[in-house]
Every structure is written in structure tokens, then in C-alpha cells.
Design a protein around this ligand. Structure first.
Ligand code: MLT
Length: 422
């Protein structure tokens, strides 16, 4: 008899964005003439930068010729891309990362989800709440939690993100072995300062813990004083792994390319307390289960670092950030307290009502899709996330419609809201 991994029975029946897509499809079926504007899942709408398209075409042409054709590439990624990453994303910011510490992959979602395979099943895990659901669900699947009770999986340490702490929870006063951090944050758009990340690095060094740092939205940081990488913090190399993605940075959601950085002096411990470099185990896992990202895709990713690439990528992130400014400004005017949207493409809105109710209000009243905060955890209840990934015209129409739909629901006159500092 084929037996189930019963940890899957502990999971909610579907992934948050699948659940939303189902509701939107049902709405569309019921009202086929209503035009829907999607500001829910963070999916990009702009074409790939021209430099990427050019490099992509050139690489495809190479694949069309026996003399330049490439079969399997290195599992960890081609040197040409790993070197550019080390130099431009880290070296240029004073964070010393070597090319062979960079593992190219097809997505940060897979990497953040897969990385937990390296850990013992009895570790203690801390996660922020609200949180990107992948970190939680993959640990549930692996059997590191008890059941879902009162909105939380028993066995995890939740770090409450609240208005009071600006959605940047501090270190816990208990021991944990692993912590997931994401800044700029998905879903709240909050950002952590160097001092705040420094406290996490100190904590991890003291507790022999590991930080899994998701920096998928680093390219949206506009305040130069903020860290874009945890490796800008002294000592982080010993206790942190970082995930990055080209999805939002360069429009690769459908093209797929990302990377994970595992410093060679970052340690993990066996049951006897003996330290081992974590790098060798991620390398082992990667080479066993992954055959690399396609050559043309890696060439397209490399192009963002060369010639006009940085300017073109900046132009794309600016495009989405001007939507973020528009969304945050309008919702604030309507009397809603907002977090995010200044160094992140997400705006986290205090809905002052049940988050699924607010989701339904926007869907039915405005034909606009947002993401209910409750889908990101208990602390997300009463909030919704609006994504800046769309075209300005669509965003502007969506905001007019939202204003209409919220008439009579707005919490208080403009000016009474207290937007957080982030
Ligand atoms: C989101 O909307 O939270 C993201 O698009 C999800 C993802 O990157 O997997």
C-alpha cells in the first residue's frame, strides 16, 4: 500500500495564491463582462530588458550551431554569471562573497523551500508573522511542526510583526536554531536597518543558529543607508545564507533565474556538536537534485550587469516603484495606514476589517484583486497587501475604482491615519 507523508494532511488545502486565483476565476465566471485588475500576486508586467533579450537571442543562436552548442552546464551555474553576481551584487557593496559561494537556480521560491532539507527534524524554527507562506509550508511538509491550531502551527516560534514594531520583529528571548528573515519584506514592504540586522547576526552567532535571509526585493531599496544584503553586516558570513531572484528585479518571473549564496565559513553542527561547512551540503544537494538553469537564461541574467543593463533594470524597478508611490499615496489619502511602498513594491494596508472581507469588497466593488493579509499569518488578519506590479494606467484605474468601492467604508478622515516609518 502506497502510504502518504501525513504531514501533508496538516496543510491548508491549497497554497494562498492558488486559493486567490480560484476565487478570482469563480468571480470571472459569474461576471464575465467585469474587467479585473490584478494587484494580488507579485507578478511583473513589463517585458524583459532589451539587453536581456539581445543576450537571450545570441545564446539561442549559439545553441543552434554544433560548434557553440552547450549541453549540461555546471550544476551550480556558469562562472560568467556567478562572477558577475559576486562582483556587482556583493563586492560593490562591500560584502565579500566569492563566485563559488553563489549557486544559480531557477527560483528563490524553490531555494527557500528546499534549503530546509539540510536540517535535522528536531530543530527549533522562528518565523515572522506575517510571513511568505513557503517558509512555513515546506517545514510542515518536512514534519517539523504539530497541527495547525488557532491560526498557527504548533512547534514553530512566531515573531509577531505589528504596527508597534513597524513589522520588523526583534530577536526572540528564547533559543532558536533557525530563523527566516525577508527584507524588504514580503508581504509588509517593511525594511530592516543595519542595526536591526546586526542584532540578528549577534543572536545567531551567540546561539549557533542560522539565518535564512530572503533578499528577493533588494533591488527596490531606494534609501541608500539601508542594507541590501545581510552580508553587509559584519560576522554574517558565519551565520547566514542569502536568497536573491531576478524575477522582480529584471522581469524573470516567467523566465526563471535566481541564486543562493552560501558562504564557505558558514557552519552547521552534527549531533555531537562538531561544526561542518554548510556549503558542502548545499552543493551536494544541488548537484544531486538539480541540473542547472538553461544556458540562454543565464546569459540573459548576466546581461543585466553589463553595458546598459544596470540602467535598464533600474528603469524597470523605478517604473514599479512609481506605482507603489501612487498606491501608498492614494490609500493614505483615503484614510488607511500603510506600510511599505517606499523601499519595496508591496503596500501593506490596515484594512480595519477582516482581510478576506476587504478582499471581497475590492473584488466585487472595484474588480481589483489584492492579497488578504490573513493568508500570510495570524498577525496579517485585518490587513491586505497591494502589489505595485502592473502598469501605471491600470493602477490608476484600480485606485479610482477602489476609492469608489470604499466610499462609506473608509476608516477615518485623511490625516488621522498613522502610516508607519517604513
Ligand atoms: C508574491 O506575490 O508574494 C510572490 O509573487 C510570490 C513569489 O514570488 O513566489
Amino acid at each position: 500500500m502506497i502510504r502518504l507523508n501525513e504531514n501533508y494532511l496538516k496543510l491548508k488545502s491549497s497554497y494562498l495564491f492558488a486559493d486567490i486565483a480560484k476565487r478570482v476565476a469563480a468571480f470571472q465566471q459569474q461576471y464575465p463582462d467585469r474587467e479585473i485588475i490584478k494587484l494580488g500576486i507579485g507578478d511583473v508586467t513589463r517585458a524583459l530588458p532589451k539587453v536581456c533579450i539581445k543576450a537571450f537571442h545570441k545564446a539561442v543562436d549559439e545553441m543552434a550551431n554544433d560548434a557553440t552548442f552547450r549541453g549540461y552546464g555546471p550544476d551550480q551555474g556558469y562562472g560568467f554569471l556567478r562572477e558577475k553576481v559576486a562582483e556587482h551584487d556583493f563586492g560593490a557593496r562591500g560584502a565579500g562573497i566569492d563566485a563559488d559561494e553563489v549557486f544559480i537556480s531557477d527560483g528563490a521560491k524553490c531555494d527557500t523551500g528546499n534549503f530546509q532539507e539540510l536540517f535535522s527534524n528536531d530543530i527549533t524554527i522562528a518565523l515572522p508573522d506575517p510571513v511568505y507562506p513557503v517558509y512555513v509550508d515546506t517545514n510542515v511538509m518536512a514534519g517539523r511542526t504539530e497541527n495547525f491550531t488557532n491560526g498557527r502551527y504548533q512547534g514553530l516560534v512566531y515573531l509577531d510583526g505589528t504596527k508597534a514594531n513597524g513589522f520588523v520583529p526583534g530577536v526572540p528571548d528564547v533559543h532558536v536554531d533557525l530563523v527566516y528573515l525577508c527584507y524588504p519584506n514580503n508581504p509588509t514592504g517593511a525594511v530592516a536597518t543595519k542595526a536591526q540586522l546586526g542584532q540578528w547576526v549577534d543572536y545567531a552567532r551567540r546561539e549557533k543558529a542560522l539565518i535564512l535571509f530572503d533578499a528577493a526585493y533588494a533591488a527596490f531599496i531606494r534609501d541608500e543607508s539601508l542594507p541590501q544584503s545581510i552580508f553587509e553586516i559584519e560576522g554574517a558570513r558565519e551565520v547566514a545564507v542569502e536568497f536573491r531572484s531576478y524575477s522582480k528585479t529584471a522581469g524573470f518571473t516567467g523566465t526563471r533565474c535566481a541564486y543562493t549564496v552560501v558562504p564557505k565559513n558558514c557552519m552547521i553542527y552534527d549531533a555531537a556538536g562538531k561544526a561542518h561547512p554548510l556549503h558542502q551540503f548545499w552543493n551536494r544537494r544541488h548537484t544531486t537534485k538539480f541540473n542547472g538553469v538553461s544556458y540562454p537564461v543565464q546569459r540573459a541574467a548576466e546581461a543585466i550587469y553589463l553595458g546598459d543593463g544596470p540602467r535598464q533594470v533600474r528603469e524597470i524597478t523605478n517604473f514599479y516603484m512609481s506605482n507603489a508611490t501612487m498606491i501608498r499615496g492614494r490609500l493614505t489619502e483615503l484614510g488607511y495606514a500603510c506600510t511599505g511602498g517606499t523601499n519595496a513594491p508591496y503596500i501593506w494596508i490596515d484594512a480595519k476589517m477582516d482581510s478576506w472581507e476587504f478582499f471581497d469588497l475590492l473584488l466585487h466593488g472595484a474588480g481589483v484583486v489584492c492579497t488578504p493579509g490573513a493568508g500570510f499569518g495570524k498577525c496579517g488578519e485585518g490587513y491586505v497587501r497591494i502589489s505595485a506590479f502592473n502598469n501605471p494606467k491600470q493602477v490608476s484605474v484600480a485606485l479610482d475604482r477602489i476609492a469608489g468601492a470604499l466610499r462609506g467604508h473608509a476608516p477615518q478622515p485623511a490625516g488621522d491615519a498613522t502610516p508607519s516609518v517604513n
